[in-house]
Design a protein around this ligand. Structure first.
Ligand code: UDP
Ligand code: MN
Length: 298
């Protein structure tokens, strides 16, 4: 995997920007047992991060799929909110994968932001649209994205940014804690339990349940993640099995085998219909309203 490598530069040390001291609301949830930071609102020092990335600028990609009705309902508002809150003052390239150019919404972008639009084929089942993302993302990173950005995020389109989503989220490989399961022990989360699936995780194993609506990292790492997941999904297809939560099950298996170097708190992908507990301080990204009937029955 040869990607555009990050420049020769002093490393930003964790202790310079991250405050791992726990308070009563977070208990022991700020650092994993493999020493990866779990980023919450009050764990990072924004000015240290801003100074560092002013000296050593990076370009960040954001890949989003909007196929079928998701293009009509979600893409415009997702992009408007991303333009406003995602990596403010950094160079950003939005990679938009859609099935119909004529429905691309008009978006006024700020300086330092640009769009690249690609056409992909509509799949018959929504599960397939969701899963095919892994393959398409890996192909695009390999073909061009790795020469265009340093870091890249992949996100669901049915979401809205609500507050600054910034440099504190950048890392080698970044996983998102799932709003529903972040307080649950690994034995109780919905990993794939069918042994014949590539996504299988044995009872009692696993660290966290990650949400596939957000993942990221360096272009090199995201290429690895998506390539491995795509391979596993294809293998399952050949064997006529489908993991219970589709691409998300495979992503969880990947991050179980190759632990992420940074984890984002549920503030980075929150469901507003959940009651906010004191650990949720500033919500940066929320799930958008979902009408399953309209979106999936067509
Ligand atoms: N998606 C799409 N069209 C579809 C199905 C899925 O564009 O018909 C994309 C879209 O980016 C969506 C993502 O795949 O956010 C994942 O699907 P979905 O959000 O429905 O999954 P869920 O969040 O319900 O697990
Ligand atoms: Mn979604």
């Amino acid at each position: 995997y040869q990607c555009w490598s990050l420049k020769d530069q002093p490393e930003l040390r964790l202790s310079d920007w991250f405050n791992a001291t726990t308070d009563s609301t977070h208990m022991d949830m700020r650092v994993t047992n493999w020493s990866a930071p779990i980023v919450w609102t009050d764990t990072y020092n924004e000015s240290v991060l801003a100074d560092y990335y002013t000296k050593y600028p990076v370009t960040v990609g954001l890949i989003v799929f909007a196929v079928g009705r998701y293009l009509l309902y979600y893409l415009g508002r997702f992009l408007e909110s991303a333009n406003r809150f995602f990596m403010v003052n950094q160079k950003v390239i939005f990679y938009i994968m859609l099935d119909d150019f004529s429905h691309m919404p008009w978006i006024d972008l700020d300086r330092h932001r640009t769009l690249k639009i690609f056409k992909i084929k509509q799949a018959r089942r929504w599960q397939d649209v969701s899963m095919i993302r892994m393959k398409v993302i890996s192909e695009h990173i390999e073909e061009h994205i790795r020469r265009e950005v340093d870091y890249v995020f992949c996100m669901d389109v049915d979401q809205l940014f609500k507050a600054e989503y910034g440099l504190e989220t950048l890392g080698d490989s970044v996983a998102q804690l799932h709003t529903y399961w972040y307080k649950e022990s690994p034995g109780k989360v919905p990993y794939e339990r069918n042994e014949s699936s590539e996504a299988y995780i044995a009872a009692g194993e696993g660290d966290f349940y990650y949400h596939a609506a957000v993942f990221g990292g360096t272009a090199t790492q995201v290429l690895r993640i998506t390539k491995e997941c795509a391979k596993a999904i294809m293998k399952d297809k050949k064997n006529n099995v489908e993991a219970v939560w589709h691409d998300e099950s495979h992503l969880n298996k990947y991050f179980f085998l190759h632990r992420p170097s940074k984890i984002l708190s549920p503030e980075y992908c929150w469901d507003l219909s959940q009651n906010k507990t004191p650990d949720i301080k500033t919500v940066k990204l929320v799930w958008n309203f979902k009408n399953y009937e309209l979106l999936r029955n067509h």
